[in-house]
Write a protein that binds this ligand. Structure first.
Ligand code: ADP
Ligand code: ZN
Length: 719
């Protein structure tokens, strides 16, 4: 017997497998989709079995071991991986590796196992009852009475349990314990209101495979998701529910947990390897029927999927930002098709592409225009900061200050969004005007007050803070702009008695810290929560009646054709946090661009109105949905060589795709990261097949070129 193995190494021949001989002792264990250990040159590598045969060549090497007891990739996932590898122009083995949770990597095999716990149970109820009646030992009585109710872990019982074991009244046994613990939150299932029932029925009865559920924030989309999943479960099928970044939206998990109880597995990046291993095993062992998770949960090895729901479908976290750069939404379409399951895309602010497709009838469109529990959408005021600056109000406008004061008096809560972490934005020399940059990247450093360090948010470089300008050597470096830390500090200066919480990457690195902050704010232990984008999504705080956006222009100024769309999304999402219960909400948006359509239109909560503006611009500039976009990023340590190689690639592409628009090579949006120079080529195209084939060809052609590293990003999140 021989097997074809895809080894975990990037080879210049894309997706090439190697044939190995299977010694007799392993023959029984071999099946497609399992992993094996194989000798490869001088190394021992892990690989996936993709074929079984009977190759008679004489010089084949033997496999060393079979890693998995059960196939870890089923037939569907094996084929799916091949398609994704083509579509994203990436190595097949990297796609398969992305499909598996981290704890499943063979290198971790020795450390990760099921966790077992010793449990105690009573042997015979009657004997125990007799014993309780006769014994004088209070401690023994206590143990037995506890055990009469339920079996318990040994370590939770008092020491008299050993006596009881030796008397034969109780005994030990081993039980597998799942590591992930979630809070027990009561969520009362709401009876769907008329609009929700209507939406639910439209979804169930639609003849479309993909349906866009466009509902304003708080319209009760999550309740509809739960009803849809109930229905799917009643048909004996399984459900996948994706959320943008689950560690930021623990409230959704709580709601799902309390409704679906043990039926659910949770997968996201904030879990420990052990927790993730356990949750994944629940799926493989068919102990659960629902998985709620972030991007990679789309690969959950279910075999009978009835529905795939993607909440906040506009979120850019569904696209992986490193190789393989797959989109979980595209993967959902493929899996939906395979299982004949509906895919639901939910959002208050769908991507322009999704909305356009639903308008064209490629997707079904279901809309919810009102909030569910009779809450009204908040009033949004836009404040022109150019006028405020003249009055000396740099950070907080008059209106925002008055509103904060008012909420503090009323004991209501405040959310402040500032889309920049750290203390200041950048460091500029007041003497020579130069801006302090990272020595390894073409990016400005950010000052962090808590640690008194200047940090690069790209490569992690950090240096002690100093006021000496590296250019003119005078003592004139000053902090310009502001980040979350500074906003918090200024707020406390203005309102000394205010209690604040801050949520950004710096305050949430510790496991469970997101949740702590959210719970603390929920329990009204603080008046104001200050944060980056993290606070904008999915949170439901009934006491929040004021949302302030300190500076709405941060995204707007990025060189990205989606900058208006992202600005509109963020403003709508964060506005959606205000006035979610019976208290009316107000939103104050501070901006230097009050006339920009994305900012102006965030006032009315009318997505369609915004869409109509945006789509005109997309058409005029031949951007998606009118074209597809591919980004080719060429990086190299030598500046000149990198330009030369980039030009060669550009010329080759131009020759091959005469009909499409090819831009560049030009200097990357960040021209240097970690001492590597970057150039970019952009293709705006309509002929998908032609361009994807060409890029796969270029991948193979450039793989052996040691001077440069070429990366491909189909439909990039930003450029
Ligand atoms: P979305 O997911 O659209 O933002 P949610 O499902 O989170 O909306 O609902 C918003 C709020 O309205 C939540 O507090 C939820 O409990 C409440 N809600 C949703 N549906 C109903 C309903 N039918 N009756 C009463 N309250 C509801
Ligand atoms: Zn750097």
């Amino acid at each position: 017997m021989t097997i074809d193995v895809l080894v975990e190494i990037n080879l210049n021949k894309k997706d090439k497998t190697f044939t190995y001989l299977v010694p007799d002792k392993f023959k029984e264990d071999i099946s497609i989709g399992k992993r094996v250990l194989v000798p490869f040159g001088k190394q021992v590598l892990e690989g996936f079995i993709l074929g079984i045969g009977n190759d008679k060549s004489i010089d084949l090497k033997e496999i060393i071991d079979v890693i998995d007891k059960e196939a870890i990739l089923n037939k569907e996932l094996i084929e799916l991986g091949k398609k994704i590898s083509e579509d994203t122009v990436s190595n097949l083995v990297s796609v398969y590796q992305s499909m598996l949770p981290k704890g499943y990597k063979a290198s971790k095999k020795s450390t990760l196992k099921e966790k077992t716990v010793i449990y105690i149970k009573i042997n015979a109820k009657n004997e125990v009852l007799d014993y309780i009646a006769s014994t004088k030992s209070v401690k023994q009585k206590e143990v037995l009475e506890q055990l009469l109710v339920t079996d318990l872990p040994l370590k939770e019982l008092n020491s008299s349990v050993n006596t009881l074991i030796s008397k034969g009244l109780v005994s030990k046994y081993f039980k597998e314990e799942y590591r992930l613990k979630t809070d027990n939150v009561e969520h009362v299932v709401k009876e769907l209101n008329k609009d929700q029932i209507n939406a639910y029925n439209q979804i169930i009865n639609s003849d479309k495979d993909i349906i866009l559920l466009n509902g304003v924030t708080g319209s009760g989309k999550t309740e509809i998701y739960m009803s849809l999943i109930d229905k799917v479960l009643s048909l004996g099928k399984e459900a996948i529910m994706l959320v943008p970044e689950i560690s930021l939206t623990p409230q959704i998990i709580d709601r799902f947990k309390s409704h679906f109880k043990e039926e659910i597995a949770i997968l996201h990046s904030a879990l420990s390897d052990g927790e993730r291993y356990d949750e994944y095993k629940k799926i493989l062992k068919k102990e659960v029927k629902i998985v709620v998770g972030a991007r990679s949960a789309i690969f959950a090895p279910f075999t009978n999927i009835g529905i795939i729901i993607i909440d906040e479908e506009h979120s850019n976290t569904y696209k992986q930002d490193h190789n393989p750069r797959y989109s979980a939404i595209e993967v959902a379409f493929l899996r939906g098709k395979y299982h004949n399951a509906k895919v639901i895309l939910g959002s208050a602010t769908p991507t322009i592409e999704s909305y356009a497709r639903s308008k064209k009838g490629y997707y079904g469109l279901v809309e919810l225009k009102k909030r569910a529990n009779n809450a009204v959408l908040p009033i949004v005021n836009i404040v022109d900061m150019t006028k405020e600056i003249r009055k000396g109000n740099k950070l907080f406008s008059k209106e925002l200050l008055l509103s904060i004061e008012d909420r503090l008096n009323k004991k209501e809560q405040i959310l402040l969004l500032i889309n920049k972490r750290g203390y200041s934005n950048y460091l500029m020399c007041e003497n020579c005007g130069s801006v302090k940059k990272c020595p390894h990247c073409d990016i400005t450093l950010t000052y962090h007050k808590t640690s008194d360090m200047n940090r690069c948010h790209y490569c992690g470089y950090a240096e002690n803070n100093t006021n000496i300008c590296p250019e003119c050597k005078t003592n004139s470096l000053r902090q310009m702009g502001y980040g979350t830390e500074k906003v918090e500090e200024e707020l406390i200066k203005l309102f000394p008695s205010i209690k604040t919480l801050r949520m950004d990457i710096d305050t949430t690195t510790k496991k469970g810290s997101h949740k702590e902050i959210i719970n603390s704010f929920m329990n009204h232990e603080a008046d104001a929560l200050i944060g980056t984008q993290m606070i904008a999504k999915g949170l439901d705080f009934p006491l929040v009646t004021l949302v302030g956006v300190i500076n709405a222009d941060t995204i707007l100024n990025l060189p990205d054709f989606r900058s208006c769309e992202k600005t509109y999304d963020l403003l709508s999402q964060v506005s959606g946090r205000a006035g979610r219960s019976n208290l009316p909400g107000k939103v104050i948006i501070q901006t230097y661009n009050p006339d920009n359509y994305a900012i102006k239109l965030s006032k009315t909560h009318n997505y369609e109105e915004y869409y109509n503006e945006e789509i005109k611009i997309r058409k005029k500039l031949y951007y998606p949905p009118y074209s597809f976009i591919a980004l080719i990023k060429i990086g190299g340590k030598d500046f000149k060589e990198t330009i030369n190689e980039s030009n060669k690639i550009g010329d080759y592409i131009r020759k091959k795709v005469k009909e499409e628009v090819v831009l560049g090579p030009s200097v990357g949006s960040v021209s240097k990261i970690n001492n590597v120079y970057y150039f970019e080529i952009i293709i705006k195209y309509r002929n998908k097949e032609l361009v994807i084939d060409l890029l796969n060809e270029i991948k193979i052609l450039t793989e052996n070129n040691k001077k440069i590293k070429v990366e491909f990003d189909i439909n990039p999140n930003s450029f």
